[in-house]
Design a protein around this ligand. Structure first.
Ligand SMILES: Nc1ccn([C@@H]2O[C@H](COP(=O)(O)OP(=O)(O)OP(=O)(O)O)[C@@H](O)[C@H]2O)c(=O)n1
Ligand SMILES: C[C@](O)(CO)[C@H](O)COP(=O)(O)O
Length: 239
């Protein structure tokens, strides 16, 4: 396996979260949400470089860097994102390729809005790649009963026995993922994660069971939840 890169999409506006400041900049235990997400990769010996993707208006923003301390060695110059998450990821991948990454290198894509990724889960995903030629992603089996909605009422209960929640990081060969995202964009397919773009190409990525506390900060109530999760993780590590 060649080098392994990370792309961290942080180019969103946080519409569902609301408020003035996009959620990736909000503070969790004194550090921006995106700094927590970056930290996992910046401090990992198997990650060659980290490509952060920001809203174009924020490229000159520096405040979030202060919290990274001396971890910035592997942080590449941020690039501007696009209208949708998939566009931002694609722009991050293209930048890596233009800067000399090989198409056969691997890339992990991780939401900046997921600040609670455990090192052990990142290691689990990285460790799976040798046996995952079609890529891999952290995920968790659904534990709730799922309903399909129709005009505010239950239409049906969805059989959940084989359903998993897809998290990030999601790991794929860099060139194949860039091509799959470009194809999805050209075909007008809305892909909400990297795996679905690869599935469209016939790939069947490996599901790697991770911890459910790898939450995505999406709604206002997710921020205090993420703070409590981080605190619980730190207490667990301190034992
Ligand atoms: N055009 C976009 C949209 C989203 N993202 C990033 O993709 C991740 C997951 O997206 P989501 O949670 O949906 O963030 P937002 O798009 O900002 O949220 P919303 O859909 O509520 O506006 C986030 O780290 C977000 O910053 C991105 O890089 N570029
Ligand atoms: C990529 C992702 O986090 C996997 O669950 C999710 O699809 C992102 O969705 P969003 O609506 O862009 O937050």
């Amino acid at each position: 396996m060649g080098r392994i890169w990370a792309v961290v999409p942080a180019g969103g506006s946080g519409r569902r979260f609301g408020g003035g400041l996009p959620k990736q900049y909000l503070l969790l235990h004194g550090r921006p949400v995106l700094a927590h997400a970056l930290g996992c990769f910046l401090g990992h010996p198997r990650i060659t470089g980290v490509q952060l993707v920001l809203p174009v208006a924020d490229l000159a923003r520096e405040d979030w860097r202060a919290c990274l301390g001396d971890e910035t060695g592997r942080l590449l110059p941020p690039v501007a994102g696009g209208a949708e998450r998939a566009d931002s990821v694609g722009l991050g991948l293209q930048t890596l390729l233009e800067q000399g990454a090989a198409a056969t290198d691997w890339v992990l894509v991780h939401d900046a809005a997921r600040p609670c990724l455990r090192r052990e889960d990142l290691d689990l995903l990285l460790g799976s790649l040798a046996d995952a030629p079609q890529g891999a992603l952290l995920a968790l089996p659904v534990a709730d009963t799922l309903k399909r909605e129709d005009h505010g009422r239950v239409l049906e209960t969805v059989e959940r026995s084989a359903l998993w929640r897809a998290f990030t990081p999601q790991a794929f060969p860099l060139g194949a993922l860039a091509a799959a995202l470009a194809d999805a964009a050209q075909q007008g397919w809305k892909v909400t994660d990297e795996a679905s773009a690869m599935e469209r190409q016939g790939w069947r990525p490996l599901l790697v069971r991770g911890h459910g506390d790898n939450i995505k900060v999406t709604l206002p109530e997710d921020l205090p939840l993420a703070a409590a999760i981080l605190e619980a993780q730190w207490k667990e590590q301190a034992k």
